[in-house]
Ligand binder design. Structure first.
Ligand SMILES: [Zn+2]
Length: 407
């Protein structure tokens, strides 16, 4: 009885985020990181930017019921912390107010000052395919658990020979709203901006702007911090972390076996229709894809394989060099630095599967900046600044692929 009351309390706290606080915790040794990971499972706390590197601050959201216990444990572990947001719900409310006020997409006119909903995104994808039939076609590569379309846009100028493909997924993690916004900006720039015509002449693009539509809608309607899919797991839990559900070193490191955890890896690899369908789409282009990019937030990083080990892959030097070029291109826009490196502690991601199981030679996670003390994602009026600077990095990625793979 006590146990089910505790679960109910957690559920209510998670839904409302009322009295949730955001802590900044700075682990100074690898041992402290391991202890923090244990705490994540034990206390049901939610780590927003789990970098898993010592001396890098982590933002940890803690419901009211666990705050005392959490603070006590941090003190015992000699971990430094401070409260950076005393009332998370207030930030959520403010973000919602600003987002609702911003204009919708009308007749294909998209602005990047709003986090759009699933229906608006679908409408824009349809608009692009109808308005630019010689450049873009829309495919629905599957349906989600709740029967929403899983959609991709293929950008191609045709030709007799198959061209190298740059494949981009975004929105695998529901709450990372800036990721679909970035994917829409890339689509907009490639298809609607004639100055970027050269970027689609010799290279094709396949872009999935919203890989987890059920979770995304749930994060808009009910729980701002929902990360997973919405499938039923166990008797009373919902959702699998789709970016821990891909069949490559599945469940090895940084993925939880607990059903209620935000990083629950699922009962088996590809248990989710969203990941299964995405993997089939990727496989259908397997010989053409030369670069894979998975867009996330909020670590402000450019990350390459692997997530299950610290050992670098065979072309680790090349992956690092290219990440550095991309980082420099992004830095030139607004002077913002992005961390680069591999990302141990995240096995079962789409990036690692694309690289390790499919054999795509260049594969990255682009982690966009978060709102930090102003919330999970940036306020809507700051979207444009981020998507523009990241597009400079996308241009650099494109230059590299064209130079290496186009003859
Ligand atoms: Zn993510």
């Amino acid at each position: 009885m006590l146990c089910s009351l505790r679960i109910l309390l957690i559920f209510i706290e998670h839904l409302l985020h009322k009295e949730c606080k955001l802590y900044e915790v700075i682990p100074s040794t690898p041992e402290q990181i391991t202890l923090l990971e244990l705490l994540e499972d034990e206390c049901e706390v939610d780590v927003w930017n789990n970098s898993r590197k010592s001396k890098e601050p982590l933002d940890v959201m803690v419901p009211a019921v666990f705050q005392n216990e959490f603070e006590k444990k941090l003190t015992n572990l000699q971990l430094c912390y401070r409260i950076i947001v005393p009332d998370v719900q207030a930030i959520v409310n403010e973000e919602k107010y600003k987002n609702d006020k911003a204009p919708s997409i009308i007749e294909g006119k998209i602005s990047f000052e709003k986090y759009y909903r699933y229906a608006e995104i679908q409408e824009y994808l349809t608009y692009l395919s109808v308005e630019y039939p010689k450049l873009a076609y829309l495919t629905h590569y599957g349906v989600s658990y709740e029967n929403r379309n899983l959609s991709a846009i293929h950008i191609t100028t045709g030709g007799d020979e198959p061209k190298p493909i740059i494949f981009i997924d975004a929105g695998i993690h529901a709450r990372e709203w800036i990721a679909p916004a970035q994917a829409l900006y890339i689509l907009h720039e490639l298809i609607e901006n004639k100055n970027n015509k050269h970027m689609i002449e010799k290279v094709d693009w396949v872009i999935v702007p919203l890989a987890n539509p059920d979770g995304y809608e749930y994060s808009h309607k009910t729980d701002r911090f929902w990360r997973k899919t919405r499938s039923k797991v166990g008797r009373s839990c919902k959702g699998v972390d789709p970016n821990r559900n891909f069949d490559f070193h599945w469940r090895e490191h940084g993925a939880s076996k607990k059903l209620q955890s935000p990083t629950y890896c699922g009962p088996c690899p590809f248990s989710e229709p969203e990941t299964r369908s995405l993997s089939n789409l990727i496989k259908s282009y397997r010989t053409q894809i030369k670069l894979y990019i998975s867009i996330h937030s909020c670590k402000q990083s450019i990350l390459y394989p692997f997530g299950f080990t610290r050992t670098l892959p065979y072309n680790g030097d090349e992956l690092h060099r290219l990440a550095k070029l991309v980082e420099e291109a992004i830095y030139k826009v607004n002077g913002n630095h992005y961390r680069i490196g591999n990302s141990p502690g995240s096995s079962g991601s789409s990036r690692d599967w694309a690289y390790g199981a499919v054999g795509i030679p260049l594969s990255y996670t682009l982690e966009l900046p978060g709102g930090g003390t102003r919330g999970f994602d940036l306020p809507p009026d700051e979207i444009l600044g981020v998507v523009k600077e990241i597009f400079a990095g996308i241009k650099m990625f494109f230059n590299y692929v064209q130079l290496k793979y186009c003859y």
